[in-house]
Design a protein around this ligand. Structure first.
Ligand SMILES: O=C(O)CCC(=O)C(=O)O
Ligand SMILES: [Fe+2]
Length: 487
């Protein structure tokens, strides 16, 4: 009998160890533990409640627990490898399988966080809006740095940001094989069977209702004269008819979507130190992997003369499965006619103080809802930065050295780029006095993780080949020198 009790006692000990592994509070163990301090007799009596079957139950729990843990580990493992957002990437791509893009938290509008971007200086970063996620950092560039960037841009020379050439709309439509009905349906946002002025394809030219009436009259297209186009009237038009008409009649620069000049400055190895420093600072600011920042577009410098403007736009378009990104297209092996620049982040620097006007407007920042149709109502076109900048939700005054930055895409919830953030709509208000200099640093990320990975692999292979070729040519030239010396 005492032997059996001893066995039971050891069973209980084993069972209790199991149960503590399960974090399952075994009151009997506590009773046993306490009792054993006081009197072994009591301990034996109490332990009798823990029978073999009790031990079996605990063992079953223990096994279920272990199986659950293994299943969870397997799930995490396979989800990382085969998930849509983070699919398998080649082992030698130098691009981690599971790269997560950090996103800075805005907390709330007006929140200020301190950021350390350059040694010995602390910057303050203020949240301007949450939709889009938008920040302002005063004194991001020093006065001298602003001067250097403007100087370099002038040395390089600036070109018109928008030229007046029809953009081959007709050819594109033919290529896409779209019927007039399909195009009409696509343009007719509210599907009322009529094209309102704002539903007409503007394609580079900013058409006010007055402009449009003039075009309709000139082309004799609006047969019933109601200022709207129905499908029948639309059928008689070529899709680039408006552009051609305006080209013949002559268009002023102020009638374009964008009235500015710009140039591009390379920021990689060998570039001016200020440009390289700027890129490093942007990497620190955005907290993105440096490889992404380094493979992005060069710095764009923009100059607006007095009267210059940029109507509200998105820096990067929506991405559908068939949309290619301009930067990864080379490695994507696609023939899709749809492409966008996939600018995940815009960092905009103000390089001078503007005497009057020239603010950056975010007309729908922190709106409750975003509806394209409600942007143009009762002759107030919120996209029009020549006329209605004062009616937008948020305007940032250009101050020399200040940087603003925002996300043009939302997160996909799994650490990668998600859908376009429509609230990132913005524009440059008309410069009413003086000139305005800004610079754009766009960080390009493909919302398709695998395409971005392939692109990075492609670039690193190219770099390797180039380095090898350089090494070979260096060796050859060394041999050449030696031979020369021999001679
Ligand atoms: O000039 C500005 O304030 C905005 C510029 C801009 O949006 C752009 O260049 O894409
Ligand atoms: Fe922009």
């Amino acid at each position: 009998d005492s032997k059996e009790r001893l066995i039971r006692e050891s069973d209980v000990a084993a069972a209790c160890e199991m149960s503590s592994a399960l974090r399952w509070r075994c009151s009997r163990c506590q009773v046993r533990g306490m009792a054993s301090l006081e009197s072994p007799r009591v301990s034996l009596q109490k332990s009798s409640v823990c029978s073999r079957s009790y031990f079996m139950v605990v063992m079953v729990f223990f096994h279920v627990y272990i199986i659950n843990v293994i299943a969870l580990l397997l799930y995490v493992h396979y989800n990382n490898d085969t998930g849509a957002s983070n699919p398998q990437t080649p082992a030698d791509s130098g691009f981690p399988r599971n790269m997560h893009l950090p996103r800075i938290e805005g907390i709330r509008v007006g929140h200020v966080q301190k950021v350390s971007l350059v040694p010995g200086k602390v910057h303050e970063m203020k949240t301007l809006s949450l939709k889009p996620l938008l920040f302002e950092i005063p004194e991001f560039l020093s006065e001298e740095e602003c001067g250097v960037v403007v100087h370099l841009a002038k040395l390089k020379g600036l070109m018109e940001s928008q030229v007046m050439v029809p953009e081959g709309q007709e050819e594109l439509n033919q290529q896409l094989n779209l019927s007039p009905e399909e195009i009409f349906n696509f343009l007719d946002l509210n599907q009322d069977g009529q094209l309102q002025p704002h539903e007409v394809l503007r394609d580079g030219i900013w058409l006010t209702s007055e402009n449009l009436k003039e075009i309709y009259d000139g082309l004799k297209v609006d047969q019933d004269g109601n200022g709207l186009l129905n499908l029948e009237e639309f059928r008689h038009l070529k899709s680039d008819a408006f552009q051609r008409f305006l080209l013949q009649r002559g268009v002023e620069r102020s009638q374009l979507v964008r009235n500015s000049r710009h140039t591009w400055l390379y920021q990689g190895q060998g570039a001016h130190q200020v440009l390289q420093d700027l890129r490093k600072r942007v990497t620190h600011l955005t907290r993105l992997p440096s490889s992404l920042v380094e493979l992005s577009e060069p710095l764009q410098i923009v100059r607006y003369e007095q009267g210059g403007h940029y109507h509200a736009h998105h820096d990067s378009g929506p991405v559908y499965p068939e949309t290619a990104c301009t930067h990864t297209r080379l490695a994507a092996n696609t023939t899709s006619p749809f492409q966008t620049s996939c600018r995940y982040i815009t960092v905009l620097f103000y390089l001078n103080n503007v005497e009057e006007g020239g603010e950056t407007t975010f007309p729908v920042a922190d709106n409750r809802t975003y509806e394209e149709v409600s942007l143009i109502q009762n002759d107030v076109d919120l996209l029009d930065t020549r006329k209605h900048c004062d009616k937008g939700n948020l305007r940032v005054k250009p101050i020399k050295g200040t940087a603003v930055f925002w996300y043009n895409y939302l997160s996909d919830g799994r650490g990668w780029v998600g859908e376009q953030d429509e609230y990132s709509l913005h524009g440059g208000c008309v410069v009413t006095r003086g000139t305005k200099w800004v610079a754009n640093n766009w960080i390009n990320v493909d919302p398709d993780y695998q395409r971005q990975a392939r692109y990075q692999q492609f670039v690193s292979q190219q770099q390797e080949t180039q380095e090898q070729e350089e090494l070979i040519s260096e060796l050859n030239s060394d041999q050449h020198i030696d031979r020369h010396q021999d001679l």
